[in-house]
Design a protein around this ligand. Structure first.
Ligand code: HPA
Length: 274
Protein backbone atom coordinates (compact mmCIF):
# COMPACT_ATOMS: atom_id res chain seq x y z
CA UNK A 1 0.00 0.00 0.00
CA UNK A 2 1.31 3.50 -0.81
CA UNK A 3 2.26 5.89 2.00
CA UNK A 4 -0.58 8.17 0.95
CA UNK A 5 -3.12 5.36 1.34
CA UNK A 6 -1.71 4.40 4.74
CA UNK A 7 -2.06 7.96 6.00
CA UNK A 8 -5.54 8.29 4.51
CA UNK A 9 -6.64 5.08 6.20
CA UNK A 10 -5.34 6.35 9.56
CA UNK A 11 -7.21 9.63 9.12
CA UNK A 12 -10.42 7.91 8.09
CA UNK A 13 -10.22 5.38 10.94
CA UNK A 14 -9.83 8.26 13.40
CA UNK A 15 -12.87 10.09 12.00
CA UNK A 16 -14.99 6.94 11.82
CA UNK A 17 -14.16 6.21 15.45
CA UNK A 18 -15.57 9.64 16.40
CA UNK A 19 -18.47 9.78 14.00
CA UNK A 20 -20.15 6.73 12.67
CA UNK A 21 -22.17 8.14 9.81
CA UNK A 22 -22.86 7.63 6.16
CA UNK A 23 -23.04 10.79 4.08
CA UNK A 24 -22.53 10.98 0.33
CA UNK A 25 -22.41 14.76 -0.08
CA UNK A 26 -19.51 16.97 0.96
CA UNK A 27 -19.50 20.77 1.13
CA UNK A 28 -16.46 23.04 1.33
CA UNK A 29 -17.07 26.58 2.49
CA UNK A 30 -14.98 29.41 1.05
CA UNK A 31 -13.85 32.72 2.52
CA UNK A 32 -16.65 34.55 4.30
CA UNK A 33 -19.18 31.82 3.52
CA UNK A 34 -19.10 29.98 6.85
CA UNK A 35 -22.66 30.90 7.85
CA UNK A 36 -23.97 28.09 5.69
CA UNK A 37 -23.75 26.00 8.84
CA UNK A 38 -26.10 28.26 10.83
CA UNK A 39 -29.18 26.48 9.55
CA UNK A 40 -27.64 23.05 9.52
CA UNK A 41 -28.04 20.77 12.53
CA UNK A 42 -24.53 20.04 13.76
CA UNK A 43 -24.33 16.40 14.69
CA UNK A 44 -20.62 16.37 15.38
CA UNK A 45 -17.58 18.51 14.69
CA UNK A 46 -13.87 17.85 14.84
CA UNK A 47 -11.22 20.57 14.74
CA UNK A 48 -8.78 20.06 11.91
CA UNK A 49 -5.93 20.31 14.38
CA UNK A 50 -7.15 17.13 16.11
CA UNK A 51 -7.36 15.05 12.93
CA UNK A 52 -4.26 12.96 12.17
CA UNK A 53 -2.41 14.09 9.01
CA UNK A 54 -4.78 17.04 8.41
CA UNK A 55 -3.13 20.39 7.70
CA UNK A 56 -4.25 23.31 9.89
CA UNK A 57 -5.90 26.39 8.37
CA UNK A 58 -4.29 29.75 9.10
CA UNK A 59 -6.35 32.35 7.22
CA UNK A 60 -8.70 34.86 8.80
CA UNK A 61 -12.28 33.86 7.98
CA UNK A 62 -11.48 30.13 7.93
CA UNK A 63 -12.39 28.39 11.15
CA UNK A 64 -11.03 24.93 10.44
CA UNK A 65 -13.52 22.21 11.35
CA UNK A 66 -14.82 19.03 9.81
CA UNK A 67 -18.52 18.87 10.55
CA UNK A 68 -21.12 16.20 10.17
CA UNK A 69 -24.32 18.15 9.69
CA UNK A 70 -27.85 17.34 8.77
CA UNK A 71 -30.37 19.22 6.68
CA UNK A 72 -33.93 18.01 7.17
CA UNK A 73 -32.50 14.70 8.33
CA UNK A 74 -30.10 14.34 5.38
CA UNK A 75 -26.51 13.98 6.54
CA UNK A 76 -23.66 15.85 4.88
CA UNK A 77 -19.96 16.38 5.52
CA UNK A 78 -18.95 20.02 5.75
CA UNK A 79 -15.45 21.42 5.68
CA UNK A 80 -15.61 24.79 7.33
CA UNK A 81 -12.29 26.23 6.24
CA UNK A 82 -9.95 24.93 3.58
CA UNK A 83 -6.25 24.90 2.79
CA UNK A 84 -4.58 27.08 0.20
CA UNK A 85 -1.35 26.69 -1.71
CA UNK A 86 -0.37 30.28 -0.79
CA UNK A 87 -0.31 29.33 2.90
CA UNK A 88 2.71 27.19 2.13
CA UNK A 89 1.02 23.81 1.92
CA UNK A 90 1.95 21.51 -0.91
CA UNK A 91 -0.78 20.83 -3.49
CA UNK A 92 -1.03 17.35 -1.93
CA UNK A 93 -1.70 18.84 1.52
CA UNK A 94 -4.21 21.31 0.08
CA UNK A 95 -6.21 18.44 -1.39
CA UNK A 96 -5.67 15.80 1.29
CA UNK A 97 -9.16 16.31 2.79
CA UNK A 98 -10.81 15.60 -0.58
CA UNK A 99 -9.43 12.08 -0.55
CA UNK A 100 -10.48 11.72 3.07
CA UNK A 101 -14.02 12.68 2.07
CA UNK A 102 -13.90 10.12 -0.74
CA UNK A 103 -12.93 7.37 1.68
CA UNK A 104 -15.66 8.53 4.08
CA UNK A 105 -18.15 7.80 1.30
CA UNK A 106 -18.58 11.16 -0.45
CA UNK A 107 -19.79 10.88 -4.04
CA UNK A 108 -20.73 14.51 -4.72
CA UNK A 109 -18.76 17.54 -3.65
CA UNK A 110 -20.00 21.13 -3.50
CA UNK A 111 -17.20 23.70 -3.51
CA UNK A 112 -17.52 27.41 -2.91
CA UNK A 113 -15.15 30.34 -3.08
CA UNK A 114 -14.79 34.09 -3.16
CA UNK A 115 -13.50 35.25 -6.53
CA UNK A 116 -12.59 38.32 -8.51
CA UNK A 117 -14.51 38.99 -11.72
CA UNK A 118 -13.15 39.87 -15.14
CA UNK A 119 -16.54 39.54 -16.83
CA UNK A 120 -18.17 42.96 -17.39
CA UNK A 121 -21.62 41.41 -16.88
CA UNK A 122 -20.85 40.39 -13.30
CA UNK A 123 -21.30 42.55 -10.22
CA UNK A 124 -20.03 42.26 -6.68
CA UNK A 125 -22.28 39.81 -4.82
CA UNK A 126 -23.24 37.79 -7.92
CA UNK A 127 -23.29 34.00 -7.71
CA UNK A 128 -21.42 32.29 -10.52
CA UNK A 129 -21.78 28.58 -11.22
CA UNK A 130 -18.38 27.33 -12.33
CA UNK A 131 -18.85 25.44 -15.58
CA UNK A 132 -15.15 24.83 -16.20
CA UNK A 133 -11.74 25.94 -15.03
CA UNK A 134 -8.25 26.85 -16.20
CA UNK A 135 -5.64 25.67 -13.74
CA UNK A 136 -2.44 26.31 -15.70
CA UNK A 137 -1.38 28.99 -13.22
CA UNK A 138 -1.54 26.70 -10.21
CA UNK A 139 0.34 23.48 -9.56
CA UNK A 140 -1.40 20.25 -10.50
CA UNK A 141 -1.91 18.24 -7.30
CA UNK A 142 -1.62 14.93 -9.19
CA UNK A 143 2.03 15.56 -10.05
CA UNK A 144 4.03 12.72 -8.51
CA UNK A 145 3.41 8.99 -8.31
CA UNK A 146 -0.18 8.13 -9.16
CA UNK A 147 -2.21 6.63 -6.33
CA UNK A 148 -3.57 3.74 -8.36
CA UNK A 149 -6.08 2.76 -5.68
CA UNK A 150 -7.83 6.10 -6.16
CA UNK A 151 -7.81 6.82 -9.87
CA UNK A 152 -6.06 6.83 -13.25
CA UNK A 153 -2.70 8.40 -14.17
CA UNK A 154 -4.28 10.63 -16.82
CA UNK A 155 -7.78 11.63 -15.72
CA UNK A 156 -10.30 12.89 -18.23
CA UNK A 157 -11.39 16.45 -17.43
CA UNK A 158 -14.12 16.89 -20.06
CA UNK A 159 -16.81 17.20 -17.39
CA UNK A 160 -14.84 18.56 -14.46
CA UNK A 161 -18.06 20.15 -13.16
CA UNK A 162 -21.11 17.90 -13.26
CA UNK A 163 -23.67 18.99 -15.85
CA UNK A 164 -26.44 17.24 -13.91
CA UNK A 165 -25.66 19.08 -10.69
CA UNK A 166 -25.43 22.39 -12.56
CA UNK A 167 -28.91 21.74 -13.99
CA UNK A 168 -30.27 20.96 -10.53
CA UNK A 169 -28.63 24.05 -9.02
CA UNK A 170 -30.15 26.25 -11.72
CA UNK A 171 -33.62 24.85 -11.08
CA UNK A 172 -33.28 25.51 -7.34
CA UNK A 173 -32.04 29.04 -8.05
CA UNK A 174 -34.97 29.66 -10.37
CA UNK A 175 -37.46 28.43 -7.79
CA UNK A 176 -36.14 30.98 -5.28
CA UNK A 177 -35.58 33.70 -7.89
CA UNK A 178 -31.89 33.77 -7.11
CA UNK A 179 -29.87 35.13 -10.01
CA UNK A 180 -27.07 32.78 -11.08
CA UNK A 181 -24.73 32.95 -14.05
CA UNK A 182 -22.23 30.44 -15.42
CA UNK A 183 -18.56 31.09 -15.91
CA UNK A 184 -15.03 29.80 -16.21
CA UNK A 185 -12.86 29.94 -13.09
CA UNK A 186 -9.17 30.67 -13.48
CA UNK A 187 -7.09 29.38 -10.59
CA UNK A 188 -4.04 31.31 -9.47
CA UNK A 189 -1.69 30.72 -6.56
CA UNK A 190 -2.11 34.07 -4.77
CA UNK A 191 -1.51 35.46 -2.25
CA UNK A 192 -1.25 38.64 -4.32
CA UNK A 193 -4.42 39.77 -6.01
CA UNK A 194 -3.75 40.20 -9.71
CA UNK A 195 -2.07 43.09 -11.44
CA UNK A 196 -4.16 44.93 -14.03
CA UNK A 197 -2.24 43.12 -16.77
CA UNK A 198 -2.94 39.78 -15.13
CA UNK A 199 -6.68 40.46 -14.87
CA UNK A 200 -6.61 41.39 -18.56
CA UNK A 201 -4.82 38.16 -19.41
CA UNK A 202 -7.34 36.11 -17.43
CA UNK A 203 -10.12 37.72 -19.44
CA UNK A 204 -8.35 37.11 -22.75
CA UNK A 205 -7.85 33.40 -22.06
CA UNK A 206 -11.56 32.91 -21.50
CA UNK A 207 -11.85 33.37 -17.75
CA UNK A 208 -14.81 34.98 -16.03
CA UNK A 209 -13.69 34.74 -12.42
CA UNK A 210 -10.34 34.26 -10.72
CA UNK A 211 -9.48 32.82 -7.35
CA UNK A 212 -6.92 31.05 -5.21
CA UNK A 213 -8.63 27.73 -4.49
CA UNK A 214 -11.06 25.15 -5.90
CA UNK A 215 -9.24 23.90 -9.03
CA UNK A 216 -6.78 21.70 -7.14
CA UNK A 217 -9.61 20.26 -5.05
CA UNK A 218 -11.62 19.71 -8.20
CA UNK A 219 -8.78 17.81 -9.88
CA UNK A 220 -8.32 15.45 -6.93
CA UNK A 221 -12.07 14.89 -6.70
CA UNK A 222 -12.42 14.17 -10.43
CA UNK A 223 -9.43 11.81 -10.23
CA UNK A 224 -11.17 9.63 -7.64
CA UNK A 225 -14.58 9.75 -9.30
CA UNK A 226 -16.38 12.33 -7.17
CA UNK A 227 -18.87 14.53 -9.05
CA UNK A 228 -18.15 18.20 -8.44
CA UNK A 229 -20.24 21.35 -8.33
CA UNK A 230 -18.63 24.71 -7.59
CA UNK A 231 -19.85 28.23 -7.08
CA UNK A 232 -18.03 31.55 -6.87
CA UNK A 233 -19.29 34.59 -5.06
CA UNK A 234 -17.98 37.67 -6.87
CA UNK A 235 -16.23 39.77 -4.25
CA UNK A 236 -14.32 42.25 -6.39
CA UNK A 237 -14.06 43.47 -9.95
CA UNK A 238 -10.62 42.96 -11.40
CA UNK A 239 -10.83 44.99 -14.57
CA UNK A 240 -12.24 48.32 -13.54
CA UNK A 241 -10.43 51.19 -15.24
CA UNK A 242 -10.40 53.48 -12.22
CA UNK A 243 -8.21 53.15 -9.14
CA UNK A 244 -8.80 49.56 -8.30
CA UNK A 245 -7.43 48.56 -4.95
CA UNK A 246 -8.58 45.17 -3.66
CA UNK A 247 -8.34 44.16 -0.02
CA UNK A 248 -9.02 40.93 1.84
CA UNK A 249 -11.48 42.84 4.07
CA UNK A 250 -13.46 43.95 1.01
CA UNK A 251 -13.55 40.34 -0.19
CA UNK A 252 -14.91 39.12 3.16
CA UNK A 253 -17.54 41.88 3.35
CA UNK A 254 -18.77 41.14 -0.18
CA UNK A 255 -18.95 37.43 0.56
CA UNK A 256 -20.96 38.13 3.72
CA UNK A 257 -23.43 40.21 1.70
CA UNK A 258 -24.09 37.34 -0.68
CA UNK A 259 -24.18 34.74 2.05
CA UNK A 260 -27.96 34.41 2.58
CA UNK A 261 -28.75 33.53 -1.05
CA UNK A 262 -25.61 31.44 -1.35
CA UNK A 263 -26.47 29.48 1.80
CA UNK A 264 -30.07 28.87 0.77
CA UNK A 265 -28.99 27.56 -2.62
CA UNK A 266 -26.22 25.37 -1.22
CA UNK A 267 -28.42 23.94 1.53
CA UNK A 268 -31.18 22.97 -0.88
CA UNK A 269 -28.68 21.56 -3.33
CA UNK A 270 -26.90 19.50 -0.66
CA UNK A 271 -30.24 18.20 0.60
CA UNK A 272 -31.47 17.34 -2.90
CA UNK A 273 -28.27 15.44 -3.68
CA UNK A 274 -28.25 13.46 -0.42
N1 HPA B 1 -8.18 37.37 -7.38
C1 HPA B 1 -7.81 36.20 -6.87
N2 HPA B 1 -8.42 35.63 -5.84
C2 HPA B 1 -9.48 36.27 -5.32
C3 HPA B 1 -9.92 37.49 -5.82
C4 HPA B 1 -9.23 38.07 -6.91
O1 HPA B 1 -9.56 39.16 -7.40
N3 HPA B 1 -10.99 37.86 -5.08
C5 HPA B 1 -11.19 36.87 -4.16
N4 HPA B 1 -10.27 35.91 -4.31
Amino acid sequence: MSDVMKKLNETVSFINAQINAKATVGVILGSGLGNFIDEVVIEKEINYKDIPHFPVSTVKGHSGKLILGSINGKKIWIMSGRFHFYEGYTPQQVTYPIRVLKLLGVEKLLLSNAAGSVNPNYEVGDLIIIKDHVSFFSANPLIGPNVEELGPRFPDMSEAYSKDIIKLAKSIAEKHQIKVQEGVYVAVTGPTFETRAEYQLIKVIGGDVVGMSTAQENIIAVHCGIKVFAMSVVTDIGIREDDNVITHEEVLIAAKGAEPKFSLLFRELAEALS
